[in-house]
Ligand binder design. Structure first.
Ligand code: ZN
Length: 95
């Protein structure tokens, strides 16, 4: 049996008890020109990206299903705040 070990990027953690829920706003399919600072592994049906644009930061989520892709974004924060949320996401403290 072949074991697939090509996951390099981190996976979003399984949600833990008492997690915080983020507001995901659906956005247009045209992705904003943002600098992607970090991203989650593409082996999952939802890919998360930590983005920076115009001095603000946010997290972008792209859901892939049979209909195509749907893009969501969080609110805009400072990079420090966005990095905290990113860490929380990977640890399953937020969803
Ligand atoms: Zn993976």
């Amino acid at each position: 049996m072949e074991i697939i070990t090509d996951c390099i990027s981190p996976h979003v953690g399984k949600v833990r008890e008492g997690y915080m829920r983020l507001v995901w706003r659906e956005t247009s399919k045209i992705k904003e020109r943002a600098r992607v600072v970090a991203w989650s592994c593409h082996c999952r049906s939802a890919v998360y990206e930590l983005c920076r644009a115009g001095g603000q930061s946010y997290i972008r989520r792209t859901d892939y299903d049979e209909k195509g892709e749907t893009v969501y974004e969080t609110y805009r924060w400072s990079f420090i705040k966005a990095s905290e949320v990113w860490a929380a996401l990977l640890e399953g403290r937020t969803v």
